[in-house]
Write a new protein. Structure first.
Lengths: 533, 306
């Protein structure tokens, strides 16, 4: 027995390494990144999702590049660009020494071919509408035209790319920071499949060629993806990291323990039940920053009771948002009084949603519901999550107490919830929306009639016209005025009830430098450094 | 014996076909599809995607297409991971899950048999009560509690072992194997105690002792062979359970095994992946049950004669 204990102790001690991966990183410049779930893939034209975005930021680059501090886009594959007076023609001048990771030069034709690829219907890309503002892009994608040369993108020469838009689209440069608009290396893609092959093997280590600051080194499914510095990148001089290890960690508790054990520099998330105690204990690694996302409740305006705007307002006015963020979510969330989060590229909506029980009651009375009891039983649909359940319970209680109506909670599996929302089989459903680019349009556009993400049945053509008008307006101040009108109209019609603005909550190691909070939470890895103070 | 083996193996084929068919139609009945997401795609895009994966074809056609693929070992492409086939995904996760299952089973057998046999030999003494109480706790404490608890003690407080990973840091396989093995050790302890108690009261054990054999020889040579038959019968389903049921441990310890693919495929409605893993696990269950039956048959002279 004595020997057994001795052997076991020796074994355990020999296993424990005195230095953690994070300690070793000061020398090795290897960044350990908690990256949520296993990415679907690395093909920028096929994948969707945030973990994929983190990886693609390291591996590929679009015409513009995300600003590490948020706001205006920075030069990417294009060193500069000009916009015509009517705002419809963009001319991009590519980096002189822009190269693919195999040494080939990045040319304007690479972009033309890449955009043809994403707009090819048989590829089944989920983000072709990112380019719908380009002349004939939608027509090509939907099969109305088959000649890609009619689409408004062309190579003037090897280094100059010209894009022609249908309407001046003031947020067009912002769209270009989305990976669906990024280029892929034509010879590599074609070597491993056709232009519309979803299952091509070009994204495997050894095959992968792209134009970002890092190269794909290895990819072990559900374990980690390693990228290493790309010496051929045009801006390689400013890249300080040698490698980044991306770990797909779907369990937030596991991730938190890995961070504590020095296995990660940054986590993807933070356990919500630990948030409040850690804020009180002043955990120096805990980061809480506003995020361009809104948590809201959708009303099904086709529903007999909810088609009356007074009912929708009564419901929205009887939610105490402050109480929800202070007593339920408790992690720095901000009560939301508009759909577009404040500060989206300098846009601050002035709408108000009062918490006024008396007003809510009288609105309900005006709508023909003398007392809450005469109101039909209302169902709140949400997908399985402790957080959603807590918010739904709070709102159920508020509606029952403040308005006297009966509310039932309907919890569904994620895909069942999505399909019920999609076919309109709900009364009230919880929802969240995260902006794709830094502009109010990424929010307001979703509620236009015929938009797949509207889901409320609210078809308001006045709202639609305001957005069309705004997107044709070049002057930002003027445009924001129109968008403000749209936002006011939306809050006045209340097809949705905003609840709170999201915050990004995660842990960041103190050795990490060059990581700045920004509203889209885009952290370009080329600026990251590891330094021990 | 060989004919029993082949007969049972043949019987497995209709079982697998029924499992595959039921699963095929059940996953299609479940609301929601593989491409539904919070950011809904346009009708055009959905149409394109359904065309790419032949989901527009009549269900019966899709069923026969799929089954004819399965017959030649083609489980189709994963919907969730474009560019990867279901076979590739299974083959990536399987070695890891298998390794974890083997280590866990070895730990479970070592702890379980040792404490079960000791408890039986020292019946109604503290050497019986203590291991059996621990076994009871082992059965009651779920892995999702035991795992994080071990991590907190050995990983974070004592800093002796890595808190997660597989084949990444030295010693990272120890905690997951113990966590998964412990629950099975508890069952094995109780089964081997029960089996041994029954055997130790038999006449042939008394005869062996009367002949003057040492106690060690009586136990190892004569009693354990019969006393551990319940454990052997338990091994088949247990190994199959370890393979299919390691999802929790894989998630807690960030292990790239098959269990995570299996469960996440269901959440993602990755039709081909759900089917592929279900068929594969069914096959494993059939095979391991068969193996443990044969082993039990071989160990037990009574059933050999039948």
């Amino acid at each position: 027995m004595k020997y057994l204990v001795l052997i076991l102790s020796f074994f355990l001690i020999s296993c424990s390494s005195s230095k953690s991966p994070v300690d070793l990183a000061v020398e090795s410049k290897v960044f350990h990144y908690g990256n949520g779930t296993e990415p679907q893939g690395l093909d920028p034209h096929i994948v969707t999702g945030v973990p994929e975005h983190h990886l693609l930021l390291a591996l590929c680059e679009g015409l513009t590049s995300s600003n590490p501090r948020g706001g205006e886009s920075l030069p990417g594959s294009a060193s500069s660009w000009t916009v015509s007076e009517d705002g419809k023609t963009y001319t991009f001048y590519l980096q002189e020494n822009g190269k693919w990771s195999n040494g080939d030069p990045v040319t304007a034709n690479d972009f033309v071919w890449s955009w043809e690829r994403i707009l090819t219907a048989s590829l089944g890309s989920q983000y072709p509408d990112m380019l719908y503002s380009v002349v004939n892009a939608e027509e090509f994608h939907t099969g109305l035209i088959s000649d890609f040369s009619m689409v408004g993108v062309r190579a003037i020469n090897e280094d100059v790319l010209q894009v022609t838009l249908k309407e001046p689209t003031p947020f067009f440069l912002g769209l270009l920071s989305h990976y669906s608009t990024w280029p892929v290396h034509k010879p590599t893609v074609l070597e491993h499949g056709s232009i519309d092959d979803r299952n091509g093997q070009w994204t495997r280590p050894g095959n992968f060629v792209c134009n970002g600051p890092f190269n794909l080194k290895s990819w072990e499914l559900n374990k980690k993806i390693v990228v290493e510095k790309n010496p051929l990148y045009w801006d390689a001089n400013i890249v300080e990291l040698n490698e980044i290890h991306f770990y797909p960690i779907s369990n937030e508790m596991t991730e938190e323990r890995m961070f504590r054990a020095g296995q990660l520099h940054v986590t993807n998330t933070f356990p919500s039940n630990k948030c409040e105690p850690d804020i009180q204990e002043k955990n120096p690694n805990l980061q809480i920053h506003p995020y361009m996302g809104t948590y809201f409740y959708r009303f099904n305006t086709k529903n007999e009771a909810l088609k009356d705007v007074r009912v929708r307002k009564a419901l929205a006015y009887s939610i105490d948002r402050k109480k929800i963020v202070e007593s339920v979510t408790r992690c720095g969330q901000i009560p939301a009084y508009s759909f577009t989060p404040p500060g989206s590229n300098g846009f601050f909506p002035d709408t108000k949603i009062p918490f006024d029980v008396e007003l809510a009651k009288s609105l309900l009375k005006d709508a023909g519901y003398e007392s809450g009891e005469s109101f039909p039983v209302l169902e709140i649909l949400f997908n399985t999550s402790e957080g959603h359940r807590k918010v739904a319970l709070a709102i159920q209680q508020m509606w029952q107490q403040n308005l006297g109506i009966n509310v039932e909670l309907v919890n569904q599996d994620w895909k069942v919830y999505l399909s019920r929302e999609m076919i309109g089989d709900f009364q009230v459903s919880r929802a969240g929306w995260i902006g794709d680019y830094e502009d109010p349009n990424t929010f307001l556009d979703t509620l236009r009639p015929n938009r797949g993400n509207n889901k409320t049945g609210w078809d308001n053509y006045e709202f639609d016209n305001l957005l069309i008008k705004a997107n044709a307006t070049l002057d930002t101040e003027e445009r924001y005025k129109i968008l403000m009108e749209a936002e006011r109209l939306l809050i006045d019609e209340m097809p949705i009830a905003p609840i709170y603005t999201y915050v990004r909550v995660y842990q960041l190691h103190e050795d990490v430098k060059g990581w700045y909070p920004n509203i889209l939470s885009h952290h370009h890895p080329k600026y990251l450094r590891i330094e021990n103070d | 014996m060989l004919s029993i083996f082949f007969k049972r193996l043949l019987l497995a084929i209709p079982v697998l076909i029924v499992v595959a068919s039921i699963t095929f139609f059940l996953v299609r009945l479940a609301p929601g599809g593989p491409f539904d997401a919070e950011k809904a795609v346009s009708e055009q895009v959905m149409k394109n995607l359904n065309e790419v994966y032949n989901l527009n074809a009549p269900l019966s056609e899709q069923y026969f297409d799929y089954m004819s693929g399965v017959l030649v070992g083609d489980f189709g492409p994963s919907f969730r991971f474009p560019g990867r086939s279901v076979t590739e995904l299974i083959m990536t996760g399987l070695p890891v899950t298998f390794e974890l299952a083997i280590y866990s089973m070895l730990i479970a057998l070592f702890i379980g048999v040792l404490s079960g046999v000791t408890a039986a030999l020292k019946r109604n003494t503290f050497l019986d009560y203590i291991p059996m109480s621990i076994a009871m706790i082992g059965i009651c404490v779920p892995t999702f509690l035991l795992g994080p608890l071990l991590v907190l003690i050995f990983g974070i407080n004592l800093e002796l072992l890595p808190v997660s990973g597989w084949d990444q840091l030295p010693g990272d396989k120890i905690l997951p194997s113990i966590t998964l093995g412990f629950a099975y050790a508890a069952y094995i302890a109780r089964l081997s105690r029960g089996g041994m108690l029954e055997i130790l009261n038999q006449d042939f054990i008394r005869t062996a002792r009367a002949k003057g054999l040492s106690e060690t020889r009586v136990v190892t040579k004569h009693a354990m062979q019969g006393g551990l038959i319940p454990v052997v019968s338990f091994l088949g389903p247990a190994v199959a359970g370890l393979l299919a049921g390691s999802f929790v441990v894989e998630t807690i310890f960030q292990i790239p095994g098959l269990g995570r693919f299996y469960v996440e495929a269901a959440f993602n409605r990755d039709y081909t992946m759900i089917l592929g893993t279900t068929i594969f696990f069914s096959f494993m269950i059939v095979v391991f049950n068969l193996l443990s039956d044969i082993l039990a048959l071989w160990l037990n002279p009574r059933s050999r004669d039948v």
